[in-house]
Write a protein that binds this ligand. Structure first.
Ligand SMILES: Cc1cc2nc3c(=O)[nH]c(=O)nc-3n(C[C@H](O)[C@H](O)[C@H](O)COP(=O)(O)O)c2cc1C
Length: 233
């Protein structure tokens, strides 16, 4: 899995936090000439830039998007996840999760999923749609486990499946690891509960909010090309 940075084509002529050789994520909403300069290609690029920022910047709200699945009854099911990685070439985003969690069972039944990114500084929303799959073994999960901070690994020691009812407020962690980060050896006992969630998107709905006049575009990636069109916001 290749870690992606803020990459892309030229900036959009807007003030922002440019990464070296990369695409500027604006620090303020698009207005005036900057808004009118936005091309469909820029709108598609925003989808990757917001996702890459979420992976790269732990302090950004983009780090914690809402991830939606389809519940057993067919209802939408949403929850927050931490973005861990982006593979731009395959349009895949990665998160860690508990293999016993409800979302994992939901994805086994129906892999359709959606992920919502919102950047408040520039008022850009990106809704990504596609499919998710769960990796648990040497298909990337093991490397992700080895690379995960010890503090992140502790969650997988919870003794019952996430979502299990409890008669009292509890963390679900065994007493010996409550309030402490245990040794790597102790943490390894949670490895069997750890899974890597891979969400691959083939559709992006990008909304740019602006006082000048909003912009909205839909991008559908097919085998070798992206079909892009403007939409009425
Ligand atoms: C800020 C924040 C970040 C979270 N990150 C993750 C995450 O990366 N992976 C995860 O499985 N759950 C994460 N959770 C918990 C989920 O939102 C959710 O409560 C849990 O995964 C159970 O979801 P489920 O019952 O739909 O499977 C996070 C919660 C919060 C508040």
């Amino acid at each position: 899995m290749e870690r992606q940075g803020m990459e892309g084509e030229q900036g959009m002529g807007n003030e922002g936090q440019a990464e070296e050789g990369g695409f500027a994520l604006p620090g303020a909403p698009y207005e005036g000439a900057a808004l009118r300069a936005l091309t469909l290609g820029d709108m598609a690029e925003l989808a990757f830039v917001l996702a890459a920022e979420g992976v790269a910047n732990a302090a950004s709200p983009l780090r914690k998007p809402a991830f939606a699945t389809v519940s057993a009854t067919g209802a939408p099911a949403l929850r927050t996840v931490f973005l861990r990685d982006l593979d731009r070439a395959s349009r895949a985003l990665f998160a860690f999760t508990d293999a016993r969690s409800i979302k994992v069972a939901e994805l086994a039944r129906d892999p359709r999923a959606s992920l919502l990114l919102y950047e408040p500084r520039c008022d850009v929303q990106v809704r990504l749609s596609g499919r998710a799959r769960i990796r648990t073994e040497d298909d990337g999960a093991e490397a992700a486990w080895q690379g995960a901070p010890l503090s992140s690994r502790r969650a997988y020691l919870v003794t019952a499946a996430p979502g299990t009812a409890s008669a009292m407020p509890v963390s679900g962690l065994p007493a010996d690891v409550e309030g402490v980060i245990p040794s790597a050896e102790r943490l390894d006992q949670g490895r069997r509960n750890f899974a890597l969630l891979e969400f691959t998107f083939d559709d992006a709905d990008v909304v740019v909010l602006s006082r000048t006049g909003h912009r909205r575009a839909r991008i559908r990636w097919q085998a070798d090309a992206a079909r892009m069109e403007w939409l009425i916001p």
